[in-house]
Design a protein around this ligand. Sequence first.
Ligand SMILES: O=C(O)CCC(=O)C(=O)O
Ligand SMILES: [Fe+2]
Length: 405
Amino acid sequence: MVRPIEPLLPNNSGYNYPNMMKLCAESGRDHFSICQLHVVGEVLAMTDESSWDEEEKCFWLRLRDEGNFGEQWLRQDGYSLGLGIFLEALPAGAPGPDVREGHRKALSEVRGVRSAFNQLRDGEQGQAWQEVPRLSITDAMLGQGVQEVDSDEARQILDGPAISHLLREGFLVIHDALDEVFASEFAEQMAKLDNGWNLHAAPQATPGQRGDRLLWIDEEIAVARYGSTAVSRAIRLLKGLGAALNPALTAHHWANNDAGNPAHALKPRLPATDTAVLTVSPKAQLACYPCDGAHYICHQDNKFRPTHGTRLNSRELTTILYGNATDWDVCRDGGQLKLYLQTEDLESAPPSDHPSVHVAPTVGTLVIFFSRLWHEVLPAYRPRRALTMWILRPEEEESWMPNVF
Ligand SMILES: O=C(O)CCC(=O)C(=O)O
Ligand SMILES: [Fe+2]
């Protein structure tokens, strides 16, 4: 039997260790797993890692969001949690259908809060936050970023002129990043994954924001679960871009920071010889936009909040490999990525006639851009598939939590 999820509580102080044990005893289960934790409107999915600290008499929870852009150890002492926790009295394993329903409700609630948050101006505390208990950063120990992945393929693609273009313009498009055989296998396997009912609707902060369906996937799952060797190779290639860019990116941030741009600050300030700024997200996002005009409105993948001196999340660069047929016709099929140039510091979306580049999502095209650049996916009239990897700045992981607390 699956026990329904506990309702969202405005205050989580009941979820301390003794009470969790009591709940276990009452339900006849030998453990509870925390399946969802909401902090300032983000949903952080719990992995199965939590540990009881005998000395501190508290649980440490390892929290990650779905794409693993944010990760931290959080002390669960009944005071330091955000909007709410859902407890499932479930043995480890796939959630049952009523749990999924609970998740859906929770997500829509969280999205409501989140969109209220997005409408707040810097420093303002809105209605949405009044019930949120204080989350102390000093109670949270930051998790480690994922290791760098070396890839010869990535290094070959990112030669000196390509890197200079990326740093100067904020984006880079390479049309022949994959050889012909790799490209056609990649497109074929992306279609197979999409057509095999493996994807689920992307979460939306506001209705109509995006119409794609997603699968989070890493290079091992791609092979072991789906037999998609070309997708696995593509994920490794994308992961390798981080390592290939590290030295130049570090120098870039140093130069901009020294020139007084706080958005480039390296925290903690790295020694000049240390070039390891970037890590990669463990999983890539496989996204398919169905052919019914599905799109993604103009947005940034990350934001720098000058009044707080923090970023919303750890994403630094967005890297995408497209997996669509070579006869993609933008006039007929639409679906271009529209990148608005030099818009990283804009607070709100630029007008649609702002200088931009349009990228056709043809197989073999690789695009890399700074995640704070405003961009959108234009309506697609043919299934449009993309594999996205976010390259992260792990030292920023703390700052995805806006410090409205
Ligand atoms: O697929 C694309 O071209 C861009 C997708 C995107 O902006 C996103 O997933 O955040
Ligand atoms: Fe995006």
